[in-house]
Write a protein that binds this ligand. Sequence first.
Ligand SMILES: [Zn+2]
Length: 374
Amino acid sequence: MIAEEQLKQLQGFDGSAPVLSVYLSLEPGRQPEAAHQTAFKGLVHGLRGGLDDDGRARLDAEAAAVQAWLDREPPQGLGLAIFSCQPAGLWQAHFLPIVVADHVAYEAAPHLTPLLDLLEEHARYAVVLVDKEQARLFTVRLNQIEEERYAHDDVYIDESHTGWDEGKYERQHDALVQRHLKETVARLERLQRRRPFDRLFVGGLTEAASALQRLLPPPLAARLADTFNATVDLTGPELLARTQPLAERAEREAEARLLDELLDLAAPGGRAVRGVTPTLDALFQAAVRTLVVADGVRLSGAECTNCGRLLAGDAAACTLCGGATRPVGDLVEWAVERTFQQGGDVELIHGDPAARLREAGEGLGALLRFPLPA
Ligand SMILES: [Zn+2]
């Protein structure tokens, strides 16, 4: 799967030449007939119409490179994402464990929104299954589970101590359980360093699970998103079935909080903006800390050839400098790229929060680094 450095390379792409971005679904049933290849050819054909002879020749060269790769590589997983710009030496091809919608773009920057959405929606989370004797630790990313290997954790009372009176046995046992839970916390801390996660879910029978939660240090306690009842012997599919809905709900709640913050701060002179034109203004002033985009928003726009400002709709002249404009294919994608160029990040929101942002801000807004002059 895509590594952090590869994502950074895409986010930092300099736009020196157009990039062919390709997303294809490899869902089961599609693969035997190589239907993804047919879809790819059709989508590229659709792009050629909007280009001049020179542009078509360059697109054809990128498409040929992608086609050669598709011919060579047997499909794996449920989707794929490819980014190709031969003049700039950019080539990345990733099989994905999640289905993506077919989409092809040929623009000055890699088309990243579908990939970012996927990585955000399936961001890594950690799960600990715990009882008084055992603990199993997992990380889950893109529906794939990794279990931490650990072998020195069993709590047991030496048989030779059976002559102890009951009270002493219990005290000894409690001390061992406490040690086991502390050791589990230490394992979680190591896991966090090795495979950083934003959210933690604790599964277990209530007593040991609650005791564990009380022992979490602040950085882990802050990541604790939810708890659930489970035994430590869950299978992988059971673990996914139990935790994915919790992860999804936690993500929706985080999006709702982000939107609340944005709407609270979005006032003249405030630290946020909502709406397409205010957001484009903020981008032009390099003020965007977090660009917030409602899922499914499609906007057309233009770029000023003189000052570089992005403009909504089909503005014939720049509203700032009066310069001539050229249309951009996908305004949201351009806004995403500009945000990365100024070191900001992008949050895609879904469901109810997305509907609220469409209502309040045409689906686009931003948290700002500094208030804009009114
Ligand atoms: Zn301008």
